[in-house]
Design a protein around this ligand. Structure first.
Ligand SMILES: Nc1ncnc2c1ncn2[C@@H]1O[C@H](COP(=O)(O)OP(=O)(O)O)[C@@H](O)[C@H]1O
Ligand SMILES: [Mg+2]
Length: 187
């Protein structure tokens, strides 16, 4: 008599003696490799913009959590609040209404020093470039500026050697136009 050994069905859990470790959601914990430490030598930050036309899709939440997770791997991270609502700043404990200077001043004035605007957070290695409602005026005020879509790039290149990563948390609309200061043009 022929015995046919059927292959296991797709998605059928493998029979192992070790029970799988479950995460807080009840699903198996993924076996992710440990990220390597940052490369030695001078830094040149990778700049990542979190942008989407739609609001409420998790841009700010991702920026905070991704930033904190990257810091845990030994990297130095700058979070850039590029939303006039200032949700990223609020999320990191900064009251946007009490700011003397914000990213708005950096976009509009060449004399403001970015180091004076960057705020350390409670997480060592994680810094914030805060924003508030003033930023909503920047687009109109920069209308006569030559190459105004490069403005944010000009601001961030000054600290690119201080960080391993720069994460830009965009407002729903920002980042999708080439006529406004655009995070896409930072790389
Ligand atoms: N992965 C997620 N699962 C469930 N809720 C989330 C998740 N990410 C974000 N949220 C919630 O969605 C809402 C909008 O998130 P937010 O990061 O402010 O979006 P955005 O910056 O795109 O406007 C917040 O209430 C946040 O707590
Ligand atoms: Mg947001």
């Amino acid at each position: 008599m022929n015995v046919v050994n059927d292959p296991p069905a797709l998605f059928e859990p493998a029979l192992t003696s070790e029970p799988e470790a479950l995460g807080p959601t009840g699903r198996p914990l993924p076996n992710l490799p440990e990220p390597p430490p940052p490369a030695p030598g001078p830094k040149r930050a990778t700049i990542i913009a979190l942008c989407n036309q739609k609001g409420g899709v998790g841009k700010t939440t991702t920026a905070i959590n991704l930033g904190a997770a990257l810091v845990e791997t030994g990297r130095k991270v700058l979070l850039v609040d590029f939303d006039p609502q200032g949700s990223l700043s609020v999320g990191l404990g900064v009251n946007p209404h009490t700011l003397d200077t914000s990213i708005y001043n950096l976009l509009l004035s060449k004399t403001t020093d970015i180091h004076d605007v960057i705020t350390p957070t409670v997480v060592p290695g994680l810094d914030l470039l805060p924003s508030n409602i003033d930023l909503s005026a920047a687009e109109v005020q920069l209308v006569s500026e030559v190459a105004r879509e490069q403005t944010l790039r000009r601001v961030l290149v000054k600290v690119r050697h201080d960080y391993d990563l720069i994460l830009i948390d965009c407002a729903p609309r920002w980042g999708c136009s080439r006529s406004t200061p655009s995070p896409q043009l930072t790389e």
